[in-house]
Design a protein. Structure first.
Length: 199
């Protein structure tokens, strides 16, 4: 009787121990999978912001640090549709005349192929309980030329706050150890680039 009880207790102990070993192996795998999914979604949103800001800069010769200004520009701005025709006074057919034949809304130009796109959600960081992207702009001197710059940073702690905090701390420390920003960054306030640290 004692040996049967001992075998049952031992079997239960082995099952419990096996579960904990399995869970300890799977936890980092689940964390990395969640991190990858969230990074992908946020990167796609940063790319949308970059496209909008690039177009804004074409019209205004600078970036904007205000999402309200950017969204208003996207909602109400228009891009001219230009038709190039040969200059009838040019017998060499090397000159052209640009003729504006209409306008297209900027949102239609950028996001027309995405029927579920919500412009008002552009400033909001996914998985962050409503926090907005920290978007900074400036003008810097690059070799005697003043150029506009933009930077958006998204710390891991903002969009991973609901995950195991020890995993998040470990990830942050790993990034710091290799001199990388602990999160996602698009652009720079010191260099004329809109590249992201994921590229």
């Amino acid at each position: 009787m004692k040996s049967t009880i001992l075998k049952i207790v031992l079997a239960i102990g082995i099952i419990v121990l096996g579960y904990f070993v399995y869970a300890s192996i799977m936890e980092p795998i689940r964390f990395e999978k969640t991190l990858t999914q969230r990074n992908t979604r946020i990167v796609n949103q940063l790319k949308d912001i970059r496209s909008a800001q690039t177009l804004y800069k074409q019209f205004n010769n600078k970036y904007t640090s205000s999402f309200d200004t950017l969204i208003d520009f996207l909602k109400n701005g228009q891009i001219p549709i230009v038709k190039m025709i040969p200059d009838p006074t040019d017998t060499t057919y090397s000159r052209t005349i640009n003729d504006t034949i209409g306008y297209i809304a900027i949102t239609d130009s950028l996001f027309s192929n995405r029927p579920n796109f919500k412009l008002n959600e552009l400033p909001v960081i996914p998985y962050s309980n409503g926090q907005r992207f920290d978007m900074k702009t400036d003008m810097v001197d690059k070799g005697g030329v003043i150029v506009p710059v933009i930077e958006i940073v998204v710390p891991y702690k903002v969009y991973l706050s609901d995950l195991d905090q020890q995993d998040v701390v470990n990830l942050i420390e790993r990034q710091k150890a290799i001199n990388r920003y602990p999160g996602l960054v698009m652009g720079s306030l010191t260099e004329a680039t809109t590249d992201g640290n994921w590229e």
